[in-house]
Design a protein around this ligand. Structure first.
Ligand code: HEC
Length: 160
C-alpha cells in the first residue's frame, strides 16, 4: 500500500490566488471605481435597507439579472437584494457605485468576499456566472438601488 501524501496544494493555490488578487487590486489603484476591502469601515448589521423598495420597470438586462440573482444570490442577499439572515442587503448605501463600484461586484462574485463589513461570515465565490451574466446581475442591483432612491442614476460603466 502506498502512503497517501498530504496535499497542501489547494491551500497554496488559494494563497496564490489571494496574492494575485492583492496585486491586481494594487495595480488598479488608479481606478476610483474600486476600493480595497481594508479601507472600509465596519458597519453594523442593523444598517437596514429601505423597506419600501419598489422595483418599477426593469431594463431587459436587469430582468435577466433578476433571474440570475434569484438563482445565485438571493438565498443570502434576499429576493430583492434586501438582505437575509445569511447576508447583507445590496440595496444599501454602502453598496452604491461610489463605494462599491461595478468592479467590486465582479470581484466579489469571481473570488468571494472575506467578511469585513458585517457579521454574516464570508461570501463564497459564485463560479457558474459568466462576466456578461455578472453584468446583468449588476444591472439588476443598480436598478433596484435607483428605484429605492439610493442612487440618482445608473453609472455609465454599467451596460444596461
Ligand atoms: C452564501 C451566501 C452568499 C451568496 C450566495 C452570495 N453572497 Fe454576496 N455576500 C455575502 C456576505 C455574507 C457578504 C458580506 C461580507 C462582508 O462584507 O462582511 C457579501 C458581500 C457581497 C458584496 C460586497 C463585496 C465587497 O466588496 O464588500 C457583493 C457585491 C456581493 N456580495 C454580491 C453577490 C452576488 C452578485 C451574488 C450572486 C451572484 C452573491 N453576492 C451571492 C453572502 C453571499
Amino acid at each position: 500500500m502506498s502512503a497517501v501524501r498530504s496535499r497542501p496544494l489547494p491551500l497554496l493555490a488559494l494563497a496564490a490566488l489571494l496574492l494575485c488578487g492583492a496585486i491586481l487590486i494594487a495595480a488598479c489603484g488608479g481606478d476610483d471605481d474600486y476600493e480595497t476591502a481594508e479601507t472600509h469601515d465596519t458597519h453594523e448589521a442593523d444598517d437596514a435597507a429601505p423597506a419600501d423598495l419598489t422595483t418599477g420597470e426593469l431594463s431587459e438586462a436587469a430582468l435577466a439579472g433578476e433571474k440570475l440573482f434569484s438563482a445565485n444570490c438571493s438565498a443570502c442577499h434576499g429576493a430583492t437584494a434586501n438582505g437575509t439572515s445569511q447576508g447583507p442587503p445590496l440595496v444599501h448605501q454602502i453598496y452604491e457605485p461610489s463605494h462599491h463600484g461595478n468592479a467590486s461586484f465582479v470581484i466579489a462574485v469571481a473570488r468571494g468576499v472575506r467578511a469585513h463589513h458585517w457579521d454574516f461570515g464570508n461570501m463564497p465565490a459564485v463560479e457558474s456566472l459568466s462576466i456578461n451574466e455578472i453584468h446583468q446581475v449588476i444591472c439588476y442591483v443598480r436598478e433596484l438601488q435607483l428605484a429605492s432612491g439610493i442612487i440618482e442614476e445608473i453609472p455609465t460603466s454599467t451596460p444596461c
